[in-house]
Structures are given as structure tokens and as C-alpha cells.
Design a protein around this ligand. Structure first.
Ligand code: 5GP
Length: 199
């Protein structure tokens, strides 16, 4: 089980011990989320996100490839529903009947379309959007756009690590969107490596 105050501390500890801060406000946690996946820990983190949406009648968990999959999968498993990952490229097997939305990439500095096949998302779905990081909120906004194109209901957004010094989270909350972030970083310093979390 994942109890707030116990494993949230563990998430903070793992970010501090394993996180590497790069220029441009990018944090990499390659040892458990961004390259190697600590499956036991991700399962616990996913269970906690799922617990927060357990009474919302969620029917689909929606994320974007690739890093979102590692955290969205255990959320869906715990909620007992399917998980969809939006694709970042138009593959041949995706077909032409897709919802799509343009997203400005935080890490790559370009705009790409995310796509979800219409057959997997319907107007009677209740959706939780899940992602590894929240920065300016563009990826989440693109996913919200896809939920709305489908006419589905958005239960809320679950995030592993929110960078609270960027304004994506604030804007989502201001818009009345339910946002559950497992860790919120208020400050991080690439020079001395210091990371300050919100309580
Ligand atoms: P946003 O769209 O909110 O600006 O950025 C969120 C997306 O960019 C996430 O899907 C995530 O993969 C990536 N991202 C943003 N900031 C970081 C970061 O500091 N570290 C990593 N690893 N990914 C990030």
C-alpha cells in the first residue's frame, strides 16, 4: 500500500538521491521512471493515484507515449480498466479515424500531434489523464482536448512529478480541473542540485 506521509516521502527521497537536473529546468529520474522502471515502486505510485480516483467510475486511463506509460499502466491496473497511450507519430496501423491535438514538446522544443484511435475512446467514457511530469501543461492540455473531442468525461489528472515552479499545474487548478500530483517541486537548482518540495 501507498500511504501519504510514508511513500510520498520515499518518492521525495528517490527524486533527491537519483534525480539529475539538466539545463532548461529538466529533471531526469532515469533509475525508476524515465529509463529503468522500478516496477514495484511504480505499482505503489500508480495505486495511490488510482485510490484518489477510485469513486469516480473511471473507465479509461489516458496518457502519452513513452514515459507516461510506466505510471499510467499501474493506475489502470489498480482501477481495473484499460489504458490508452496517445501516439506521437502517425503509424500505418493507427488508421485514419483518430482524434488528434497539437502539443508543444517541453523536452524537445518542437510541436507534434498526439493521436488516439476513435475506436478506443467514446462519449460514455470517464477518463483519468496520467503523466510522468507536469511542466507547462501542454501535454495534459492536448490530452484534455482529445477527451473533449471524444465527448468523454474528464475525472481529473494524476501526475507523478509536478514542477510547481512552472505554471501548468496552477493553470489547470485555476480552470477547476482536479489535479493529483504525487510530488510537487517548488524549486530546483541545476548548479548545487538542491530540490525543494511543496508540503
Ligand atoms: P508539459 O507539456 O507539461 O510542459 O511537459 C510535460 C511533458 O514533458 C511530459 O510528458 C514529460 O514527459 C515531459 N517533461 C516535462 N518536464 C520534464 C522533466 O523535467 N523531466 C522529464 N523527464 N520529462 C519532462
Amino acid at each position: 500500500m501507498f500511504f501519504r506521509g510514508v511513500n510520498v516521502d520515499l518518492l521525495h527521497e528517490k527524486i533527491i538521491s537519483d534525480g539529475k537536473i539538466f539545463a532548461g529546468n529538466i529533471l531526469k529520474v532515469d533509475s525508476f521512471l524515465n529509463h529503468q522502471i522500478d516496477v514495484t515502486f511504480m505499482e505503489a505510485l500508480g495505486e495511490e493515484i488510482a485510490r484518489r480516483f477510485s469513486s469516480d467510475g473511471v473507465t479509461k486511463v489516458l496518457t502519452v507515449e513513452a514515459s507516461g506509460i510506466a505510471i499510467a499502466f499501474p493506475v489502470a491496473q489498480s482501477l481495473g480498466c484499460d489504458m490508452i497511450f496517445a501516439k506521437k507519430s502517425q503509424t500505418k496501423n493507427l488508421g485514419s479515424s483518430v482524434y488528434s491535438s497539437p502539443v508543444e514538446s517541453f523536452t524537445h522544443g518542437c510541436v507534434y500531434d498526439i493521436r488516439v484511435a476513435k475506436e478506443y475512446l467514446h462519449d460514455d467514457d470517464v477518463v483519468v489523464i496520467v503523466d510522468d511530469f507536469l511542466a507547462n501543461g501542454n501535454a495534459v492540455r492536448g490530452l484534455i482536448d482529445i477527451v473533449s473531442q471524444a465527448g468523454a468525461t474528464l475525472a481529473g489528472v494524476g501526475i507523478a512529478i509536478e514542477k510547481g515552479f512552472q505554471d501548468g499545474g496552477k493553470k489547470l487548478r485555476d480552470d477547476g480541473i482536479r489535479l493529483e500530483s504525487m510530488a510537487i517541486i517548488d524549486e530546483m537548482d541545476a548548479v548545487d542540485g538542491e530540490i525543494v518540495f511543496r508540503d
